[in-house]
Design a protein around this ligand. Structure first.
Ligand SMILES: Cc1ncc(COP(=O)(O)O)c(C=O)c1O
Length: 351
């Protein structure tokens, strides 16, 4: 793979004791263009601005999909990628739905490994550190016809991160706006899903909530997910989480937590969950915990959920499933415990 290295790394200019999420980027980025019906050769270049035509089709019509994944460093200075093939699969599922040409396994995986290895110094060792990885594809044709583009750009950028939320979060059931509809693109990581979610989220944040809980677009009766996380309810000793559908993003963290919870012998139900049954569980003191899962947040406890004027406060628990499952997940991600599920890919030791 062709690599144009930067002259001097910027890594020493970064204060790793406080990194705002998504604002600091590693030295290099990967680029690959699709033209004349085929993906070309990927190239790694110094991180920097792109020169784009104002008619870049993806900016006008939202043909743009992305992924969010992480690499971790173990105590021996190895880098561990986490379930990267699942992200490739999901990126291509998103691409197909947006009529974007899928990317090959070879370009994605070898590009990812080369890029992360090159910028290994940006992935620090320590519990709160990881390297957030953002692969994305957008329509790059110079054309403002409302149609699928003929040219695309695939890129990967990486960003060192710390914990996303520093304390438990407060959620509000959303009853007016919708994130996704049946037959729509909710299952895809399509840029437009996020663009449309920010205004309702801002309204909730103005009222003091961290995020909304998305409900189904038709009746606003059934729970889908929260913010950019999948959502989980612990009812007595059982976990329940919405079953994946075409209006819910199938989180890779969600799938990992499903496996880990089952291995711990916890009963897990994936099914339709109505708002009213959650309120009933709470009224009957059966709702013990609520938590969210996602790459950026890992596993995050929810402090309260609010439906209209009814606020349900959730006390933090000593025997929290969220904290126990987070630890099990991170033990694997940071290479502290045996990876029984074969989820991690080791990139050789960097000294
Ligand atoms: C809408 C949405 N739901 C759920 C998730 C969690 O998915 P994952 O665990 O793969 O990060 C994300 C984050 O990627 C998301 O954007």
């Amino acid at each position: 793979m062709k690599i144009n290295r930067c002259n001097k790394s910027r890594v020493n200019q970064v204060d790793f004791s406080s990194i705002p999420f998504g604002q600091v980027f590693s030295d290099h980025m990967l680029m690959c263009t699709y033209k004349d019906g085929a993906w070309g050769d990927p190239i790694i270049v110094p991180y920097g601005p792109l020169q784009l035509s104002p008619a870049t089709q993806g900016l006008h019509y939202g043909q743009s999909v992305f992924e969010g994944m992480k690499a971790f460093k173990d105590k021996n200075n190895n880098i561990l990628l986490f379930r990267e093939k699942e992200n490739l699969l999901r990126l291509n599922q998103s691409a197909v739905r947006l009529d974007i040409p899928p990317i090959s396994e070879e370009i994605f995986l070898s590009g990812l490994k080369t890029l992360v290895s090159l910028d290994h110094n940006w992935c620090k060792f320590g519990d709160s550190f990881s390297l957030y990885i953002r692969p994305f594809i957008f329509a790059s044709s110079n054309c403002i016809k409302a149609s699928s583009a003929k040219e695309y750009m695939f890129m990967i950028i990486t960003s060192p991160t710390m914990s996303y939320y520093t304390k438990p979060i407060d959620l509000l059931f959303e009853e007016n706006f919708s994130r996704a509809v049946k037959g729509g693109v909710g299952f895809a990581k399509a840029a437009g899903n996020y663009g449309a979610s920010f205004y309702p989220t801002k309204l909730a944040q103005d009222k003091g909530y961290t995020q909304v809980i998305w409900t189904d677009a038709k009746e606003h009766k059934y729970i889908e997910e929260s913010g950019t996380m999948n959502i989980w309810f612990r009812v007595e000793d059982k976990l329940i989480t919405p079953k994946i559908s075409d209006s819910i993003l199938g989180g890779i963290t969600r799938d990992s937590i499903l496996h880990l919870a089952k291995r711990e012998g916890i009963k897990v139900e994936e099914r339709l969950i109505s708002v009213s049954e959650i309120l009933d569980f709470a009224k009957n003191d059966k709702l013990i915990e609520v938590f969210g899962t996602g790459t950026a947040v890992s596993v995050i406890s929810v402090r309260s959920i609010t439906f209209r004027d009814f606020k349900i406060s959730l006390e933090s628990k000593n025997d929290s499933y969220a904290m126990m499952l987070k630890k099990k997940l991170q033990d694997i991600q940071y290479g502290r415990k045996k990876d029984l599920f074969n989820w991690t890919t080791l990139l050789s030791s960097f000294d």
